[in-house]
Design a protein around this ligand. Structure first.
Ligand code: APR
Ligand code: ZN
Ligand code: ZN
Length: 367
């Protein structure tokens, strides 16, 4: 262990103790970093839907969960066997530290890595109860323990609350456009669902040089945010048929790339029919296990093109986080627009409610 005297750390953290119960701020015991691990002092952590899904029991039953996974902070210490990372480094945490060994990694497609890793040692409550960190991170806490590969160094000039965004939802949306959708200069793009993820897809499409970016949502507040981030046209799909409208806005063809950022069969079907022949649909919204999709197979065949899903924006943290933070510092990626509010660690439950009411793009816990 390098960087500090050896001891376990008692810190404040937000846990979901049991299914459906409100989250609690409590004391968490964080071990010193062991082999291949890093201890990170968290400076900012975004409130994401996945944290709420954990607390509702939608992801698993391994309660108690230590929530929070969209975070940035400063490395406090690293364990043995860690190179290229040291105390004092400013990092964004990622929940897909690729292994370099599995068949996807070996085939040169590490964004599909089937064996991503997390810290081996466990964080606990003071009575020894083992915590399950959300997405292997657990960053609604003053400090957390992760695998060193989950730390990506970026410029310390970026504000922590802005950097943290890239750890999950905003990266998912940017990557859906840039990596999965491969949006190109002059393309027409439609984004269905303009929450944090969809608005980031709008921004990604703008960065890629799309000439028409059509934002679709059922909430006019979201459409206004999407416009601020680069949408050239907006469609309220409660009032107007989005498929017809997207076609009308693209010379009756449909969009080259349609990004679905809701995660529902109805909106996926809209995306499917709103794309141009041989266009691309990207599903970045996350469906629930009960959902089913029905489409005429002949249309799947006859319309050609690509139907893709985007995991974490198909990002490679070490490639994408520094590139995106540099673009932000150069004034070309206004990530600060996603920070609707900064809150304290004890306000996570309230932030879940605001998220459910659609009042925020992102609430960021700052420490
Ligand atoms: N048509 C269009 N938009 C819709 C519809 C619909 N039928 N239903 C919901 N929406 C909009 C909401 O109004 C909201 O603006 O979709 C948006 C969803 O945004 P958020 O709830 O803020 O969620 P976000 O964080 O953007 O994540 C979107 O991606 O990563 C996944 O799990 C995440 O499935 C979720 C999706
Ligand atoms: Zn791998
Ligand atoms: Zn998330």
């Amino acid at each position: 262990m390098k960087g500090m005297d050896s001891m376990a750390h008692e810190v404040k953290g937000v846990i979901a103790r049991s299914k459906g119960a409100p989250v609690e701020l409590t004391t968490v015991v964080v071990p010193d970093p062991g082999l291949g691990e890093a201890l990170v002092r968290i400076q900012a952590c975004g409130v994401c839907h996945t944290d709420l899904h954990y607390r509702e029991g939608g992801i698993g039953e391994d309660f108690p969960y230590l929530l929070g996974h969209e975070a940035a902070g400063v490395v406090e210490a690293v364990g043995d066997g860690v190179s290229g990372l040291e105390a004092g480094d400013f990092v964004i945490l990622n929940w897909r530290a690729v292994c370099g060994q599995c068949r996807a990694c070996r085939r040169g497609r590490p964004w599909y890595c089937f064996s991503t890793h997390n810290a081996t040692q466990k964080m606990t409550l003071t009575d020894g109860t083992v915590l399950s960190p959300a997405l292997g991170i657990g960053a609604f806490a003053e400090k957390t323990l992760v695998a060193a590969g989950q730390c990506t160094k970026v410029s310390s000039q970026v504000k922590p609350e802005v950097a943290g965004l890239l750890g999950c939802g905003v990266m998912a949306g940017l990557g859906a456009a840039l990596n999965t959708g491969q949006v190109g200069r002059g393309d027409s793009v439609a984004v269905i669902g303009c929450g944090g993820v969809g608005c980031a897809a709008v921004l990604g499409a703008r960065l890629a040089g799309a000439s028409k970016i059509i934002a679709v949502d059922i909430d006019d507040r979201k459409l206004a945010w999407a416009r601020e981030l680069g949408a050239t046209d907006t469609v309220n799909s409660r009032e107007t048929d989005p498929v017809e409208q997207i076609r009308a806005l693209t010379g009756d063809n449909g969009a080259d790339v349609v990004i679905e950022a809701v995660g529902r069969p109805e909106t996926y079907t809209q995306a499917f029919y709103a794309r141009d022949l041989a266009g691309t649909v990207v599903l970045v919204g996350v469906p629930t296990p009960d959902m089913r999709l029905e489409l005429p197979l002949l249309d799947v065949f006859g319309r050609g093109g690509a139907l893709k899903s985007s995991w974490y924006g198909d990002c490679l943290p070490d490639r994408d986080f520094p590139m995106l933070t540099d673009l932000h510092l150069a004034g070309r990626l206004p990530l600060e627009k996603f920070v609707s509010e900064t809150i304290a660690l004890d306000a996570v439950e309230e932030a879940f409610a605001k998220m459910q009411r659609g009042e925020v793009l992102r609430s960021l816990v700052t420490l």
